[in-house]
Design a protein around this ligand. Structure first.
Ligand code: AMP
Ligand code: ZN
Length: 137
């Protein structure tokens, strides 16, 4: 049996409160509930992070996330909804099985992600973009 907590949820060997399931994904209530209606959309297959997804998995997981997001909006009427997804410990990932957070948001709910903008010169943006374009070739 896998040691991975989300593989265990997928297998049904530990409890989870499910909201949606399809061929590639399962969505269930996050046990921490940052706000009521906080859902995780996870791949059924064990893929550690975004880099490990194939195209079919990537498409399926965001399709499911968008669908569940519409369900959360209808059920809770939040003022907003944050889509959050962490890769690696430095990014805040704590469960190393790919998942997307859907967090209903309300003014003053205390959820915060600091966003230290640097506003670099256009030349710097071009330099960084060129590196990514080269890597994508
Ligand atoms: P992350 O920090 O993005 O890797 O998020 C992991 C999330 O998994 C946290 O928000 C936890 O509350 C949630 N979590 C961990 N174990 C369980 C579990 N057994 N059932 C539901 N959610 C879980
Ligand atoms: Zn897993």
């Amino acid at each position: 049996m896998s040691e991975c907590v989300f593989c265990r949820i997928v297998a049904g060997s530990i409890p989870a409160t499910r909201v949606h399931e399809d061929e590639h994904t399962v969505a269930f209530m996050d046990i921490g509930q940052v706000n009521p209606g906080h859902v995780l959309v996870a791949l059924k297959a064990h893929a550690e992070n975004v880099y490990a997804l194939d195209d079919a998995q990537a498409a399926a997981v965001f399709r499911a996330a968008a669908r569940v997001a519409r369900g959360i909006r209808a059920a809770f009427q939040p003022q907003g909804l944050s889509v959050y997804q962490a890769n690696g410990q430095s990014a805040g990932q704590t469960v190393f099985h790919f998942h997307i957070h859907l967090v209903p948001r309300h003014e003053g709910d205390g959820m915060a992600l600091t966003w230290p903008v640097k506003n670099p010169a256009r030349e710097k943006l071009e330099e960084h973009a060129a590196k990514i374009r080269a890597a994508l070739r």
